[in-house]
Design a protein around this ligand. Structure first.
Ligand SMILES: [Ca+2]
Length: 231
């Protein structure tokens, strides 16, 4: 697991990825400055409110709650940034992720509410941002479906029972792809491809325990503790 974690962190430093991120960020300096200041103010103003506790069996809420740094149930861009920094990501990747994730998910998690330039993500509604063509490991409410998780490996882990090769991952994606759901298919591909590239071990295998740790967010907590112990 430690080897996989080290690999994960090394991969976050890919020069080409940083170059792409910098190009994007330099094209949006005014917007990002505004977002950062407004979301920092919002996160700070909520620091004394009742703490939000994700449901124990709701892995999707637990996954997202890692980034809710003040545990008020809302993830602002500044908190997403802090979360990525906490697990060892660089400034550029953390900045890009905070904008991309919050701008992409905010509206769906706030049903019936108006557009907000602070781009808050409501953790309790994160299941509303789920997309199609996924593995079904998160149910419609975001709860972990153990049988679906096991099914990933019983159906597609042909070479090793507790890990996926690159080809087996392609097989999984093709099996999950819904015919008329192009958007969901692209998102699923991006998520699994990113997970594989970042977390595969030295033999090119995506280990079962790593995949599970991503689903419940415990991989993030492990990375944060490892980073804190080193400093
Ligand atoms: Ca928060």
């Amino acid at each position: 697991m430690n080897t996989q974690v080290s690999k994960y962190k090394r991969c976050l430093c890919l020069p080409s990825l940083y170059f792409t991120l910098f190009i994007y960020l330099f094209s949006q300096p005014v917007l990002f400055s505004f977002l950062s200041l407004s979301s920092l103010a919002m996160a700070s103003s909520n620091s004394n409110e009742v703490k939000f506790v994700p449901e124990e069996d709701n892995f999707l809420q637990r996954h997202v709650s890692f980034f809710d740094r003040n545990k008020d149930g809302i993830v602002y861009p500044s908190e997403t940034f802090q979360g990525f920094r906490a697990i060892g990501c660089g400034y550029a990747l953390s900045t890009f992720a905070s904008m991309f994730i919050n701008m992409g998910l905010s509206r769906q998690t706030r049903p019936g509410k108006g557009f907000s330039l602070s781009f808050p993500i409501e953790v309790k509604n994160i299941h509303l941002a789920k997309h199609g063509s996924d593995s079904g490991v998160y149910d419609k409410d975001g709860r972990f479906v153990a049988s679906k998780f096991e099914e990933i490996f019983t159906k597609h882990a042909h070479t090793h029972s507790d890990a996926l090769t690159k080809e087996e991952l392609k097989e999984l994606l093709n099996a999950n792809k819904e015919p008329i759901d192009r958007k969901g298919g692209i998102l699923a591909y991006a998520e699994w491809k990113g997970l594989y590239d970042l977390c595969k071990d030295k033999n090119g295998l995506l280990q079962k325990e790593t995949v599970r740790a991503v689903y419940d967010g415990s991989l993030f907590e492990k990375l944060e503790k490892q980073r804190a112990n080193k400093s």
